[in-house]
Design a protein around this ligand. Structure first.
Ligand code: GP9
Ligand code: MN
Length: 633
């Protein structure tokens, strides 16, 4: 007599159940996953299920005699994945990724300590498999899975799909754009589960490997010609003006230019920055050029002078590429390089990408004392962050290149009452209303930081570069924003709102002769600008930006969505605007730049997708790749 559909599933249900519960226990005991609500706990609990049901369900397609062997193989394999993650996590506080598996430098650290990392209790990870084998031996009747009808199989996989989409749906509600933006491995594991996360990682990896393999290397000749043709001579007076000095970069979270020199109820929003600008070179037409990778995109622009990608975060998708980033260049010039940011190190895949870019040290959350009192919103408050960072800064060899990334002025712009130094704005957008007090708070934190730098004796020997990372107020708040600006937010205004502050402060120079620069520029220009100030030539670099101080600098900046800005025009959403009036004008005016805008983004994408810099050794194509030697040096 054949079993009913349900009792046929007995054995499969049992094995799935065991692995499911085991995975959840591992989540709770071996990983440090932050759970903030009952819903998040629920998602974490159900997230291993869809994958397990799916892989075990594949047993239906096998001959009966092979099914049990398959079930055991899957159990062993998934347990091994869990085990590998547990051991890896113990050491790196992070989940495995495919590139990491092949990144020998990481593994080198593990090396001899592997035996120490292994705990006897890890063997418990395999206990359910022993149970399953025992059942097979002792209760073969229970463990036999009879053949399923086509209809039964179909229903089963429909249920599996439903479980998967239910999980994904809940995850998307918790974290919109989870898969397209790929924020953080912890968030992925928390929302879609370890197993689905690994599949996702494999898909990402194979996609970029395929694009890399198919890269048309000859196109690099054209790209290099374009870059060389657009190269600008550095400014004679400023080239090398900060030679050998420390570089302190401040990436200001979500800080747009519209807050500079503005007030709320008569109070300045950024009193310190307003003063500091008066002792610095300030750029009031400087644009962020980030895409979905937000802060990480701005970091990518800063260190590579390449554009981030149109979709996804390049920090995640192409962390295995060859780059010629500022930290690497500076290392050759005797610099020590670091990033200081009090967040989870795997956020934006930073821990991996920073290695690729050549940073010596990443001071991340575990390098800071973070507790309930000194945190708000996304984590450590900026004031605390800077205060605690001074010791890290002092511990570094000089000269250094150190990037600080602030956090408090991040959506949803939360702040303790005692930290509110100005009023909220009044409009129908709570987001915009709250934005001003957090910007004000950040301003205070920067002020405090500069004081600390002086006290630590680090100020005089450093140059300080401050820039906003990306917008903080999205187009969803246009009505409220219009109220603040006193004019309607048209597509033209929206582009103008992509301006972020850019300040270059060179003690002994800019305080004596501050200057306002109103030429159009963007984050793509940071790298050559900084390197030239330090007296390092970028003549042989593959980069799309140019030195903002160069007399030859072209007034042209393209945003990641293809919009562009020149001295006279703004082009966005297929419309050309007169920059001085904001009026729509004939498309012909913008036409001369349209091709260039497309070309820049396209060439940069070709470099990233094709990993083309692996063929370039800084002065010429490597000959063993069969490339012509372009530059005879
Ligand atoms: C996270 C911080 C904020 O570490 O950089 O990221 P964002 O959401 O602004 O890209
Ligand atoms: Mn940011």
């Amino acid at each position: 007599m054949s079993k009913s559909s349900f009792s046929k599933l007995n054995f499969l249900v049992l094995t799935t159940f065991l692995l499911w519960i085991k995975t959840y226990i591992v989540y709770k005991t071996s990983f440090d996953i932050k759970i903030e609500s009952v819903m998040q706990e629920f998602i974490l609990f159900i997230n291993p299920l869809s994958f397990l049901l799916f892989v075990f369900g594949l047993a239906f397609f096998l001959k009966e005699k092979h099914r049990n062997a398959y079930i055991i193989t899957v159990s062993v394999f998934t347990s091994l994945i869990l085990f590998a993650n547990v051991v890896f996590y113990r050491f790196f506080n992070d989940f495995l990724t495919i590139p990491v598996l092949f990144q020998t430098s990481n593994m080198g650290d593990l090396g001899s300590s592997l035996t120490e990392l292994f705990k006897f209790t890890d063997l418990l990870l395999f206990s359910d498999i022993i149970l399953v084998i025992l059942i097979m031996k002792l209760r073969p009747q229970f463990a036999s899975m009879e053949t399923f009808t086509r209809k039964e199989r179909k229903s089963y996989f429909i249920i599996v799909a439903a479980v998967f989409f239910f999980n994904l749906g809940l995850a998307e509600i918790q974290r919109p754009q989870l898969l397209t933006r790929t924020f953080d491995r912890e968030m992925l594991v928390k929302n879609i589960g370890t197993y689905n996360y690994h599949i996702y990682d494999i898909v990402l990896q194979s996609k970029s490997s395929a694009q890399r393999a198919l890269a048309d290397s000859s196109s690099f000749v054209e790209i290099e010609n374009y870059i060389k043709a657009n190269q600008k001579k550095p400014n004679d007076d400023l080239f090398g003006v900060a030679r050998g000095k420390n570089v302190i970069l401040l990436s200001l979270e979500s800080t747009q230019s519209f807050v500079i020199n503005e007030t709320i109820d008569g109070e300045e929003i950024t009193p310190f920055l307003n003063d500091f600008i008066g002792e610095s070179f300030y750029f009031d037409n400087f644009y962020h050029q980030t895409g979905q990778g937000k802060t990480s995109d701005s970091e990518f622009l800063l260190d590579n002078s390449l554009y981030p990608l149109g979709r996804g975060a390049v920090f995640f998708t192409h962390s295995g590429n060859e780059f010629n980033a500022t930290p690497e260049i500076l290392k050759d010039n005797g610099y020590y390089t670091s990033v200081l940011h009090a967040n989870n190190k795997s956020f934006w895949n930073r821990d991996i990408m920073y290695d690729t870019l050549g940073y010596d040290r990443f001071f991340e959350i575990s390098d800071y004392e973070v507790n309930e009192e000194n945190s708000i919103g996304w984590g450590l408050k900026d004031l605390e962050f800077f205060d605690q960072s001074i010791e890290h800064l002092k511990s570094q060899p000089q000269p250094f290149y150190s990037k600080f990334i602030t956090l408090t002025n991040h959506f949803p712009f939360e702040l303790n009452e005692e930290d509110k130094m100005i009023n909220e704005f009044t409009s129908n957008s709570r987001t915009l209303n709250r934005y001003f007090p957090t910007v004000r708070y950040q301003d205070e934190a920067v002020k405090n930081f500069i004081t600390r730098l002086k006290e630590a004796g680090l100020y005089e020997d450093s140059i300080i570069i401050i820039y906003g990372d990306h917008y903080g107020i999205s187009e969803n708040h246009n009505v409220a924003m219009g109220k603040f600006l006193g004019r309607e937010v048209t597509p033209f205004e929206s582009v103008q709102l992509q301006r972020v502050p850019f300040i270059v402060h060179i003690p002994g120079i800019t305080d004596k002769k501050p200057e306002l620069f109103s030429q159009v520029s963007g984050q793509i220009d940071l790298k050559p600008t900084i390197l030239h100030l330090l007296g390092i030539s970028t003549e042989n670099d593959i980069q799309f930006g140019s030195d903002v101080f160069s007399d030859q600098k072209m007034p042209f900046t393209v945003l990641r969505d293809g919009s562009f800005i020149t001295d006279d025009y703004v082009f966005t959403k297929n419309t050309c605007y007169d920059k001085s009036t904001g009026d729509e004008i004939d498309q012909v005016n913008c036409e001369p730049y349209m091709e260039k805008a497309k070309q820049e983004l396209d060439y940069s994408d070709q470099i990233v997708y094709g990993d083309l810099l692996r063929f370039y050794n800084g002065t010429s194509y490597t000959e063993d790749q069969g490339f012509p030697k372009i530059l005879d040096k």
